[in-house]
Design a protein around this ligand. Structure first.
Ligand SMILES: *Cc1c(COP(=O)(O)O)cnc(C)c1O
Length: 428
């Protein structure tokens, strides 16, 4: 008793291990970088994966009106079931169903953005001490979520020389009896890759063989450039159970609305317990924002195809400009995306001997040229940087000019000869 009193004399309030272990690698790395732009040049931020920041991509008018109607209707201010309104879930089911993967409202759980959908799925599939397979490079929140829960991350390689297809042998090598699932992100952030039907089927075959459930991060579903075709994983299997995560965020250009969902694809009742678990987990938060939920049927049914096409034309056009320009810059290797909002660019770091890694390269690029690209070390993938395709076209050329000038200045050929201007020689 007296001991207890003594202990309580001073305040000591630590935060939980789980909170302590919730580390976002992008924030960590970007916050530790020296980002001081050149005061002579206006900043061009190619780093931020938020399509709203430049104000050049008009967001969906149908969505705007649907939410206004929801507010005026005065009927969407109370609690819903924690999995969401039936009408909204039905609309998501209709939106997601394909001829080979039909789902109904009972297969849909609405969440606060796609991140929250991923959180529920990872939490529901794995226990601490188990492991989960995740793409490398990949979206950094997967690792943040898993590691805070004590779930081991096992990264499977994506192959830049094969347009970022997954290394199938590597996936198989990583699987053991403690593997609780695999995350597949198609189309991909940060790669902008869109997988072929054949590649997705090859991944599914491994899952079937090893009885591995899938979390499909399909937040960029249908977000593919003309010439590519999108297949949902679930549309290609009758045997592998899949939790597909998506939402309004990217395709409808409203990340701040925080509306996402999980669609449970489970033709063979393998996910009976997982389904129950997901509903239980949804009750921790009591469901996402009701105004946006109320607007979902209208948004998903009535957004015009022109709206999507306009966005995609913009992305593809920027991708083509970036790609053709970067290809001409000695020391850089761009990889052409087929979808989403990003492009990865390899830095042949040995040919820039004054920089040790992508982080130093990017820091100097900001300091001299006021162009900020995201170092791919954020994705644990050093010596690449990621650019966003969302920026206004007029800024793309300017950004490329500056990056070119910068690379010419620091490029040193492998034989020691400097092919650029004013460069630094030697230093190997
Ligand atoms: C943006 C993004 C998300 C998160 O979306 P929110 O709905 O904003 O939570 C999930 N996965 C990937 C790959 C993303 O790029």
């Amino acid at each position: 008793m007296s001991d207890k009193i003594k202990k309580c004399k001073t305040w000591n309030v630590p935060c939980s291990v789980m909170a302590e272990n919730s580390v976002n690698p992008i924030r960590n790395l970007v916050d530790s970088m020296t980002i001081t732009p050149n005061p002579e040049k206006d900043m061009i931020a190619l780093s931020i994966g938020d399509p709203t920041i430049f104000g050049n991509l008009p967001y969906c008018e149908v969505a705007e009106n649907a939410v206004i109607e929801a507010i005026k209707g005065r009927k969407s201010n109370g609690y819903t079931a924690s999995v969401g309104y039936e009408s909204a879930r039905l609309a998501v089911a209709d939106y997601t169903s394909t001829p080979t993967s039909v789902v109904t409202a009972k297969d849909v759980i609405l969440t606060s953005g796609c991140s929250s959908a991923l959180d529920l799925c990872i939490s529901c599939l794995a226990n601490p001490g188990q492991n989960m397979l995740m793409p490398l490079p990949g979206f950094s929140i997967y690792k943040t979520l898993a590691e805070s829960l004590g779930i081991e991350v096992r990264n499977y390689k994506l192959l830049p020389e094969k347009s970022w297809e997954a290394d199938l042998n590597h996936i198989e090598e990583l699987i053991d009896e403690n593997t609780a699932g695999i995350i597949v992100n198609n189309p991909s952030n940060p790669c902008g890759s869109v997988y072929s039907k054949e590649h997705l089927e090859a991944i599914l075959e491994i899952c079937e063989k090893n009885k591995l459930p899938v979390i499909a991060d399909e937040i960029y579903e249908h977000f593919v450039f003309c010439g590519s075709k999108y297949y949902s994983l679930a549309s290609l299997t009758t045997t592998v159970p899949i939790l597909s995560c998506s939402g309004l965020t990217k395709r409808f250009l409203v990340p701040g609305w925080r509306m996402g969902w999980i669609v449970i694809h489970d033709l063979n009742d393998i996910f009976v317990n997982v389904r129950r678990g997901l509903v239980k987990l949804s009750q921790r938060i009591l469901g996402p924002n009701t105004l946006v939920q109320q607007a979902i049927p209208d948004i998903l049914k009535n957004t015009s195809s022109e709206f999507f096409e306009d966005t995609l034309v913009h992305m593809k056009n920027n991708a083509e400009i970036f790609y053709s320009r970067f290809r001409e810059i000695i020391g850089l290797t761009p990889i052409m995306p087929q979808g989403a909002m990003y492009m990865m660019v390899g830095i042949d770091i040995e040919t820039f001997p004054v920089f040790k890694c992508d982080i130093q390269f990017v820091e100097a690029l900001v300091k001299e040229q006021s162009v900020f690209c995201l170092p791919a070390s954020c994705f644990q993938y050093p010596n690449y940087f990621r650019v966003v395709l969302t920026i206004p076209e007029t800024k793309v050329a300017e950004a490329c000019d500056r990056i070119e000038e910068f690379c010419k200045k620091y490029y040193v050929a492998r034989n020691g000869m400097n092919n650029g201007n004013n460069g630094v020689n030697g230093h190997h």
